[in-house]
Design a protein around this ligand. Sequence first.
Ligand code: PLP
Length: 378
Amino acid sequence: MPRYLDYAATQPMRQCAIDAWVSASGALNPGASYASGRKARSVLDDARETVAELLGCEPIEVIFTSSGTEADNIAIQGLFRAAQSAAEERSKRIVSTPIEHPAVLETVEKLRAEHGASVDLLPVDSTGHVSDLSALDTQAALATCMWANNETGAIQPVADITERAAAQNTPVHIDAVQVAGKLPINFHELGATTLAASAHKFGGPRGIGLLLARRTPAPLPLAFGGGQERGIRPGTVDVASASALAAALRESVAEMEQENTRLTALRDKLQAGIEDSIDNVIINSAEPTLASHLHVSFPGTDGDSLIMLLDAAGIEASAGSACHAGVNRMSHVLEAMGIDEEHGRGSLRFSLGRMTTEEDIDATLAELPEIIRRARSV
Ligand code: PLP
């Protein structure tokens, strides 16, 4: 079995999610008013209520989507379009950050290139945290910021962002895909307008995500159809996956505190071991950060070779950099942190999760010095 250290990308389904999925797999159309429809509806209602209770919102604010990517798209495009009806200058302005996941980055870029949006990015410091919120002091159609970065794990000041934006009446979207199941979330206390999460990041199935959306301002839909999910995300809902999502979220929230303590110890051991055994490394994950993430640059290497060498040694991690048209380039996140191509091109993101053991860390530390030596010698 490979040693899997890529939990930030996806993780194995939890047994409770598989059980919930199997048990609800026969559910028919939850929108139908006859008996089998009512039965499916009651399973879906239970899932929605569980999510609402765990994430601090009302059931009606829970919208099931196909992924985190879809939730981000509906929120950002939908809030932007909702603001257009205001027909003021502010309705074209978007505040974002340079370290967003492509689901947000590319969506904002599309609105800029094709729909006349003007975009202001909140600056990020060398630790990967948003450092200056003053762009929020001017009204905008929306502001969007991730709760924690998928590459470095850096936790962003989202409560300060929603507070600053609220003073200008600017709606805020929070991409909480890396955070759901790892940090406590209370949607109402946070004061965000919308929030995205994704089941496969906390042990639910791939192919189902969540959008939490307040009643007003609500995003306008991107797709049209039968009016399901408040008309914001029409289409017959996948009841079995919604039920599995709710089961996975419940278990991850219940284990959260204990897991964060356990993973912090493993992550710190990995970091200390790397710093002790390998020269010239740059640790890109800085507090406050998720317990699961360790992002490291090894100058003199490139990400693709590192992944291949690790894979050959039975260790699965991510390059922590984007591969554009086959060319391994440094990630936009490191670039925003002020790291240059020479230092950042050879980077690895180790991300730990519920099945990571001390043996996985020891095995990685046993292999890594030789892998870096080989990668540096080509
Ligand atoms: N946002 C962040 C921060 C992510 O890490 C990811 C997935 O890596 C996404 C959005 C997209 O989620 P999904 O894979 O469910 O489309």
